[in-house]
Design a protein around this ligand. Structure first.
Ligand SMILES: [Mn+2]
Length: 310
């Protein structure tokens, strides 16, 4: 089905979600190579104009555009749990590759595997099942998503299949050292500065089971850090023995608030964020509240988390 839709399309738009991560953009880049080989016209679209420069090592990074082409006849989205994540509104046939438990199956075709650790695993399985050869560029792109979504092979969902895929991708030309350097080792001064501030201000609540961070727009201005740089401390907080959930409230520079929740699996982050129009996975989920008063929101979510703990 997916193969025939691709085959019959002239111009295919590959879509990474807003503020893409290595999983979303890596999946799209792997497909970009594949479609070029099929001599298709391809556009790599992302609604965010500024893509995190830590992803610049991905092979087609410079091809990404926030302008949607007028003559497209098919779209493929990667790592988007809901249609809203695409950041567009187009009535075109859509293939939805994803692994979010909260995926709303918004595509014309939905290739969603909620057991997969990354969307790149879903794409990898698709390539293998259809006898599509994975070249070096594709292998690096897929490996980047695997590294990032598995938290460098430390997430609880890592299993024999994860390492089997890693083995196959490295054998196909993915450079492990490049991915580690770009995704893990490199730190901007801004990210180190904001980390210091946030760890110092972290509050431990609910008998030390919940770590809470309140990020104000002034923190971002003062340090120059991005929201994704702030969120890295959530994983560090979860490293404490008593902590089972880490929540961050971020005052968004463009208004409203962003909430990020990470858990050790004791409670379901996606279910809690689902109450607020968000989604994600058991271990990490988020939402953005654009309007209205959000002052009491964190307290309300904490009550919900407390109930889930009981
Ligand atoms: Mn993902």
């Amino acid at each position: 089905m997916a193969l025939s839709l691709i085959e019959s399309s002239g111009h295919i738009v590959l879509i990474a979600h807003k503020n893409p991560d290595a999983d979303s953009l890596g999946s799209a880049c792997a497909f970009y190579s594949h479609l070029l080989r099929l001599r298709k016209k391809v556009t790599l679209f992302c609604a965010s104009a500024d893509i995190d420069s830590s992803l610049a090592f991905l092979p087609w990074f410079d091809e990404a555009t926030d302008r949607f082409p007028g003559d497209a006849d098919c779209m493929i989205s990667f790592d988007c749990g809901s249609y809203e994540r695409l950041g567009i509104d187009k009535a075109l046939p859509l293939i939805n590759f994803d692994h979010h438990a909260s995926n709303t199956l918004f595509g014309t075709l939905n290739i969603v595997d909620t057991a997969a650790i990354s969307t790149t695993e879903v794409v990898y399985d698709f390539f293998v099942a259809n006898g599509i050869k994975i070249n070096g560029k594709m292998a690096l792109s897929l490996y980047a998503g695997l590294i990032d979504d598995s938290r460098c092979f430390s997430a609880s969902g890592c299993n024999a299949k994860t390492f089997g895929m890693a083995h196959a991708l490295i054998a196909a030309g993915a450079d492990h050292a490049t991915c580690i350097e770009w995704l893990y080792r490199r730190r901007s001064l801004a990210s180190l500065r904001v980390r210091g501030i946030l760890l110092k201000q972290m509050r431990l609540l609910l008998d030390g089971r919940l770590a809470f961070f309140d990020v104000r727009a002034s923190h971002l201005e003062e340090t120059g850090a991005s929201i994704s740089e702030c969120k890295k401390v959530l994983d560090e907080a979860l490293g404490m023995r008593s902590v089972q959930a880490a929540m961050m409230q971020i005052e968004h520079p463009r208004g409203g608030v962003k909430i990020s929740l990470r858990t050790d699996g004791t409670i379901d982050a996606a279910r809690i964020m689902g109450h607020y129009g968000g989604g994600g996975h058991v271990h990490r989920a988020g939402t953005r509240i654009k309007q209205g008063s959000w002052e009491g929101l964190a307290a309300e979510m904490m009550m919900m988390i407390q109930k889930e703990f009981e």
